[in-house]
Design a binder for this molecule. Structure first.
Ligand code: PNS
Length: 172
């Protein structure tokens, strides 16, 4: 019997409850899920690759009981998918604002490799407007992000911004 593997790619900078919700939903549809952290995102990440992977490991392991693999890739997603023998990409679809970027990415990936299909999943309503960039902005100014990320992620966010502030003060 063949197993159906899906890949959920992203920056995960950092992992949020929205990501975890999607991971949980995907595990019900696929035999094997690979959460793939891009190591060279277009934007400069707040967390290093190792930190993003570590937070994913810690938050996925506690909550999700099935076979979820956490891995990283650089270069093209389709090349990573081929190495993993996977043909399904999972992406979350929150609001209309996501449409253009997501649609473009799905069609580009299929243009690069016609075996690749993208499955869009709707998150739970409470996560519709949850974006890692907003979470970072709130945490940067000392706000609580406990509704959006697990406590270990919140701790790391506050630590990260504290360290950055210390560094900036040393430069001045
Ligand atoms: O969480 P993000 O930042 O929205 O994830 C975007 C990601 C990492 C899925 C996308 O940038 C990606 O697949 N990058 C790898 C490079 C690639 O394959 N580009 C061509 C497809 S658009």
């Amino acid at each position: 019997m063949s197993t159906l593997t899906a890949v959920y790619p992203g920056s995960f900078d950092p992992v949020t409850y929205g990501h975890l919700d999607l991971i949980q939903r995907s595990t019900k549809l696929f035999d094997h899920l690979i959460v793939a952290v891009v190591s060279n995102p277009g934007k400069t990440p707040l967390f290093t690759l190792r930190e993003r992977l570590d937070l994913l490991h810690k938050t996925v392991e506690g909550r999700i009981q099935t076979t979820v693999e956490v891995d990283s890739f650089d270069g093209l997603l389709v090349d990573f998918m081929n190495r993993k023998n996977a043909h399904v990409v999972i992406r979350g679809f929150r609001a209309v604002s996501d449409f253009e970027f997501e649609f473009e990415m799905a069609l580009t990936n299929r243009r690069l490799d016609k075996k690749i299909e993208t499955v869009f999943m709707a998150p739970s309503e409470e996560h519709i407007f949850l974006r890692a960039s907003l979470v970072k902005e709130i945490a940067q100014f000392g706000g609580s992000v406990s509704d959006f990320v697990p406590s270990i992620v919140e701790q790391q966010l506050h630590q990260k911004f504290q360290d950055l502030k210390l560094k900036q003060n040393q430069i001045r």
